[in-house]
Write a protein that binds this ligand. Structure first.
Ligand code: ZN
Length: 580
């Protein structure tokens, strides 16, 4: 690709071009952005280069020779100077590798040469299928004070079929992009007045979220959690005690001054829950103590990495902290893992993979026995639940081992969701204790866990997974009632009332729009069921139903339909993903 760009724009400057997941990019400066027709021209040129089957030839040259070769390419010169500065050999002794692809039968110096560590394919002819995807501005070295270059993204595959399948997945991901569906379905927005990464929730998005939260509260209550609340800000003393100002300050919003105190917006709820534990003397009889909160937290993320609800600066954790005795650690972690997977299944996800992160002895607090016990407990829990997992050796945070659980969505993409984290640090820092049966003081163990992770992000993942067609139990509007003509309005209201009385969410569209338009509108909003009612239905006390899946039924008794949908909601059935 770089060869094609340089042959089309001989004055182009070229920077770097690494491989990335499913493809590659390269950064150029041609004095202006690339246009769509430019990409088409580059692709044509690339096909020519591939047809010529140019060999990739590796060369190793001394740094001064490389500097001479690339003297008209300032970005290459800067890369070479960087190598020279970090070199132990000195400029004279350092060797760099180049790849040259001469065109067959061409004179010396024709073709293309670039700095590259390698390795490479043997020749350009070994590239069976590729496509250029898009361009974007990219600062040189990611630094906004440096020049803006133009980045071209592409993808390459072993066969045309694999390329086609990949392009289809990309298209599908774009169609399902939660930011786009959020606008189309009127669920949430990111008003620029608020600043990056901060969302507001519109009534329909708010409804789905309320149902998710109510469900979550209910299952937590059943599993012995108690509900607590904590403020959004706290003075620096808390964050000094918790250690956040030492190791997490870069991810926190800057402080605000009030009465000569510094206050910080909370990035986590853990210290608050710890203070609730410590508010009085605790007995072993109270453990496990499970404190739950939907905690709104704020974290600083660079504006370049913000991505709708998936990566935001303000979000809500379904956060809990569990305090247990040492004997309770293993059973608690096991039941916790079962709890997580049951909940994720209820939301329609049933493919799980886990990562177990273990101790890095170079930077960790706690005892060897503690780490061994906790790591074994996590491993046993994964095995008991039959969840496939990989071990990330020495990847745990300094304060304890953890399990991260990934789900796979309808497009086969993995999303990291739930985290179960053992913590040896907080109980020490906050000097937590409980009184044992023998009237001794002991330190409790602490477990942090979030199942959705972020409610907003989980919502975004579901939105993309279901392409906006939420399962009936979650759908903001579950049934749309459409009276055919004015004279059917009264019966339409009767139908809507019967559904509302059964606890279902109903919208009646008796507007002046044509019947066809109203049906299309209901379809566009991805409502699970649509009821069109006219003379025949009003007389017989029935409904004609159109399900989102395309199924149509006539002459269904109203009570039957109400009972069926209420049962579907109670089962929390997920729709077949082929229907969405
Ligand atoms: Zn926590």
């Amino acid at each position: 690709m770089a060869q094609a760009v340089l042959s089309l724009w001989p004055e182009a400057r070229y920077a770097i071009g690494p491989p990335i997941e499913d493809g590659f990019y390269y950064d150029f400066d041609i004095g202006r952005p690339f246009l769509p027709e430019d990409l088409a021209a580059i692709e044509r040129k690339m096909r020519g280069i591939i047809a010529q089957d140019q060999p990739f030839v590796r060369e190793e040259v001394k740094l001064p020779d490389a500097l001479e070769l690339f003297k008209d390419q300032p970005y290459k010169v800067e890369i070479l100077e960087g190598i020279s500065e970090s070199s132990e050999e000195g400029v004279e002794g350092e060797v760099v590798s180049l790849y040259r692809n001469p065109r067959k039968g061409a004179r010396d110096g024709e073709g293309y040469v670039d700095l590259c560590r390698g390795p490479h394919l043997p020749s350009t002819g070994a590239i069976p299928a590729f496509k250029l995807l898009r361009t974007s501005g990219a600062y040189w070295r990611g630094d906004e004070h440096r020049p803006m270059l133009q980045r071209i993204y592409g993808t390459a595959w072993f066969t045309q079929e694999e390329l086609d399948a990949y392009l289809h997945r990309l298209e599908e991901a774009q169609r399902r992009d939660h930011r786009r569906l959020g606008v189309e379905l009127d669920l949430f927005s990111f008003p620029p007045e608020l600043g990056g990464g901060l969302s507001v929730w519109h009534p329909k998005g708010g409804t789905v979220r309320r149902v998710m939260e109510e469900y979550s509260r209910k299952v937590h209550e059943r599993s012995g959690y108690e509900f607590v609340y904590s403020p959004h800000v706290a003075r620096s003393l808390l964050w000094e005690t918790s250690g956040h100002l030492d190791w997490y300050a870069d991810s926190m919003y800057p402080p605000m001054e009030l009465d000569e105190q510094k206050y910080y917006v909370k990035p986590m709820s853990c210290p608050f829950h710890t203070l609730i534990y410590r508010s009085r003397l605790r007995s072993y009889r109270e453990l496990p103590l499970r404190l739950f909160e939907f905690g709104a937290v704020y974290r600083y993320e660079r504006s370049g990495v913000l991505h709708g609800l998936m990566r935001a600066r303000g979000f809500t954790q379904d956060d809990a902290h569990i305090f247990v005795t040492e004997e309770q650690v293993v059973p608690e972690l096991r039941s916790l893992l079962g709890f997580v997977t049951r909940m994720l299944r209820d939301f329609g996800f049933d493919t799980f993979e886990a990562k177990l992160s273990t101790r890095d002895p170079e930077k960790s607090v706690g005892t060897d026995e503690g780490w061994d016990l906790a790591t074994d407990a996590l491993r046993q829990a994964l095995e008991a639940e039959g969840i496939p997992y990989v071990v990330n050796e020495r990847d745990a945070a300094f304060y304890g081992p953890k399990i991260d659980i990934d789900i796979r969505d309808a497009l086969g993409r993995a999303w990291q969701l739930s985290t179960l984290q053992v913590d040896f640090n907080f109980p020490e820092r906050f000097d937590l204790s409980y009184v044992t049966a023998d009237n001794e003081r002991k330190r409790p163990w602490m477990i942090h866990r979030a199942l959705f992770g972020s409610v907003e992000r989980f919502f975004g993942i579901m939105l993309e997974h279901y392409a906006g067609a939420f399962p009936t139990w979650l759908a903001p509007v579950q049934v749309a009632v459409i009276p055919i003509a004015d004279r059917h309005q009264a019966y339409g209201e009767h139908v809507a009332e019967a559904l509302t009385d059964a606890g279902l969410r109903v919208e009646t569209d008796a507007s002046d729009e044509t019947l066809g338009n109203r049906i299309r509108k209901a379809q566009g909003s991805k409502v699970p069921y649509m009821l069109v009612v006219g003379d025949r239905e009003a007389e017989a006390g029935t409904v004609a139903t159109r399900a989102r899946s395309g199924d149509k039924r006539n002459d269904v008794a109203l009570e039957t339909f109400v009972a069926e949908v209420a049962a579907e909601v109670a089962r929390r059935s997920a729709p077949a993903l082929t229907d969405v």
